[in-house]
Design a protein around this ligand. Sequence first.
Ligand code: ASP
Length: 333
Amino acid sequence: MAGSKTDAPPRARVVVIATGGTIASSSEPGGAAVARRTAAQLLGSAGYGDVEVEGRDLLNLGSYLLGHHELRLIADAVAEEVARDEVTGVVVSHGTDTMEETAFLLDLVHDSDKPVVLTGAQRAADQPDSDGPRNLREAVAVAASPEARGCGALISFAGRIFAARGTRKHHTVAAEPFRTLDGGPIGRVGPAGVRITARPVRPAPLERPGPRFDDTRVDVVALHPGADAALARAAVQAGARAVVLAGTGVGNANHALLEWVSEAVAAGTVVGLSTRVAEGPVVPTYGNGGGVDLVRAGALSMGGLPLYQARLLLALLLSEGVPVDRATLAPHV
Ligand code: ASP
C-alpha cells in the first residue's frame, strides 16, 4: 500500500546528482552538443514548490561515455545521499542513452524506501523547447513524494514514471523515449501531482558494486544470418567473463554458436541468452542451434530482462563473486 502523508518529513528535501547528458548539454561552435552545465545551472531553470532542493556535481558526461567505473561512482553517491536522514529522495540527472543501465544498477542495489529517480532530456538545454527543466521539476516531485517510497529506482520522463527493471530507451528522438517491455508506466507526474498506480516487485537488494566491477567485462554478441562464433571467441579472448547472446526471435542461434557455447561454458565463461527482438521474453523452443539446444549446452536464459540490463546484471553478479546459475538469476529475470 502507498505510504501515507505522515511518512514524509514536513518539508521534503531532494538531492539532485548531476551526471551530464543532453539535459546538461548545449551546442559548441561547430554544432555538436556537449554536456557542460552544472547541477546549480540545471536547478536554476526550474521551480520546485515546497521541496528544498540541493545540487551535487558528480560527472559531466554524455551517458554514451560512461563505463562501469562511472556507474559505480553514481551508485556510491546515491547511497551516500540516501543515508542522510534529512534527505527524502534523490534525483539523478543523466543521459538517456544508457539511463536504462544506470537505473537498473541503482535498483538492484537500493536498500532503502527512499525514491531514487533518474531523468534527462531529449532536447539540449540551449534549445528553446528543451524538455529538461520540466523533466527535472517532475523528477524532483517524484523523489519528494511519499507515494513513490518503496518503488526502488525509477525513471521519470515526460510525465511518466517507469520502474527501472524492464525499461528501455525505445526511441532515439521522441520526447517520450522510454518504454517498459511488456508493461507500461507505473505512474504519472504532472500539475495534479504524483500518482503511482502499480508498485514494482523487487528482489532483495544486492551488494553495491566494488572496485572489481570496473573491469568486469561482459560483452554482447548479436545473431544474424551468417553470424559465426568469431566475435564471441574474441570477446572471451579480450577478457569477457560472460557473453550475452542477442539471439534471433525467442532466443536462437545456429550451429557455429552452439558449438562455441558448449566450449565456452566448459571453460567457465557464463553465456546469457537474450534476444535481439525489442520486446518479449526468451522462450527456448527450437532445436538445430535454437534456444533449446543453447540452454542444453549451458546458456542461461535471461528471460524478459532487456538485453543491456541482462548484461549489467551478469557484470554485477560476477564482480561480486556470486556464482551465476539459474537459481541466482531467477529472482531477476
Ligand atoms: N541522447 C543522450 C541524452 O539524452 C546523450 C546521452 O546519453 O548523454 O543525454
